[in-house]
Design a protein around this ligand. Sequence first.
Ligand code: DGL
Length: 262
Amino acid sequence: MAKTIGIFDSGVGGLTILSSIVNEMSDSAEYHYVADSLHAPYGSKSIEALLERSRRITEFLISKGSELIVVACNTATTQVISALRAEFKIPFVGIEPAVKPAAQLSVSKRIGVIATANTLKSNLFKQTLKTYASECKTFTRMGEGLVEAIETGELASIELNDLVRDHVAYFNSNKIDVLVLGCTHYSFLSLLFEKYLDQSTSLVTPNEAVARRVQSVIGTLDSQAGSVSSIYVYSTSEKLGSLKKLIAAENLEVDQVLHTQI
Ligand code: DGL
């Protein structure tokens, strides 16, 4: 069997992780990506609702032959990945805000994290702060409005520009020197964040670290590398326009983009 990797997010955000994985992988693989755009955003959903969506999507990805699932969503990882691991036998790789590298990089020991409400209130995030950033003053902010705007695929709108400027103003006024993008959707806006952040502030995402982790886990499985990589993208929404636009923005060579009911 060819190496087969399942990936999901509440919507288009995890495409930024998919492209990091495709770039990192030394072998060809088959990728199945689910954008749960019909049910986005996940940021304020109950744990029960998140678990229900994540469980169904995991079953779908396993039915496509996935032998490893990447939860390319900070919100789902911080809320339900341990329940998924307990329920399904295959390995899961998750993503959570890159607090540890941010704390190491910070000179002023003032760091910022922008993420969804669910991620910021999760026990996993609180624990991560305690473990890795206890010597830092951490400023957190919910990225209100960002996921909805990114899901439209209109990344160059004036409204989105103003929204990012407002979020960034909070961090600039608190004199941080490292900002963690704690939601996979926000990676699409890296340049916009950089445009407004004070020049001395660095932006951090865990995308490369997640891709390296996927590469190392997939290497432990028995399956063989295929001769070429293939990528299948599914959306729970019938509207595929913004998904296709953001696939192009990430330079992903996708074989098929399909609507699916999960
Ligand atoms: N992209 C997701 C994350 O990394 C979820 C955003 C949302 O749906 O609210 O948190």
